[in-house]
Each structure stands twice: as structure tokens, then as C-alpha cells.
Design a binder for this molecule. Structure first.
Ligand SMILES: [Zn+2]
Length: 129
């Protein structure tokens, strides 16, 4: 099987943002909204190494907070709308800016984890007692 392997950082970033396999870039990474497949259906890469943890949620929360709070402050200062207008504007925006980038951000974190061969640290190495 002719298999291409991603070996550049930009390729890993693109594969991650497109929610594709971090090794071949063609297989799908997710089987649900955020549930990983057990392995790539194209190259067979086992996704057991992938553990994005809370990383994607943290970045998305910072990003969403910056946008929503900034927009709400600007709107309040400039227009002073009633509270129901704030609720009507910002609740949908919160859903969009949090749920929208969550999946690509998780794909990006996993692709970067694979590219940089990141894993859990452990004590003891070749020179350790
Ligand atoms: Zn693959």
C-alpha cells in the first residue's frame, strides 16, 4: 500500500484542524462529535496514544471569553440595550464560539502530540537507579 506520511509541522497542523489522521492525513480522527476512533481506517495508526485532556477546552474557553466578553462590553458601552438583548445576542454566540472550534482544536492537539511524540513523563531513565 502506497502510504504517505505527514512529516512537516504545517502538515500536522492542517491534518489536526481538518480532524484527520495525524500520520496519513486521510483517515478520519473522530467517530462522534469528540469521540476518537480506535484507529485510522486508512493507515491503521492506533489512536491509543492520543490524550488531549482538557487542553482544547482551555484554549477554546480563552478564545470564546475574549470574543464574547469583549463584544458584550462594547455593545453595552455603545448602545446600552436591555438585558434580554444581551441574552439573545450572547447565548447563541457562546454556543457557536465554544462548540464550533472544539473539535478542530482537539484534532490539532492530537496531531501536535503525535508530531512531537509527546507522552507522559516518567521517572527513571537509562542512568536512573
Ligand atoms: Zn492514518
Amino acid at each position: 500500500m502506497a502510504e504517505t506520511t505527514i512529516n512537516t509541522l504545517s502538515g500536522a497542523i492542517f491534518a489536526g484542524l481538518s480532524c484527520s489522521c495525524p500520520r496519513c492525513g486521510r483517515g478520519k480522527l473522530f467517530q462522534g462529535f469528540l469521540t476518537l476512533r480506535p484507529r485510522c481506517e486508512v493507515c491503521g495508526l492506533d489512536y491509543g496514544f492520543a490524550d488531549a485532556g482538557d487542553g482544547p477546552a482551555v484554549f477554546v474557553t480563552f478564545f470564546a471569553g475574549f470574543i464574547v466578553v469583549g463584544a458584550a462590553l462594547v455593545t453595552e458601552i455603545l448602545y446600552r440595550p436591555p438585558y434580554w438583548v444581551h441574552a439573545a445576542l450572547w447565548l447563541p454566540l457562546i454556543l457557536i464560539v465554544t462548540l464550533g472550534p472544539l473539535r478542530p482544536m482537539k484534532g490539532l492537539m492530537i496531531a501536535l502530540q503525535y508530531y512531537h511524540k509527546a507522552g507522559e513523563g516518567h521517572l527513571g531513565g537509562p542512568g536512573a537507579p
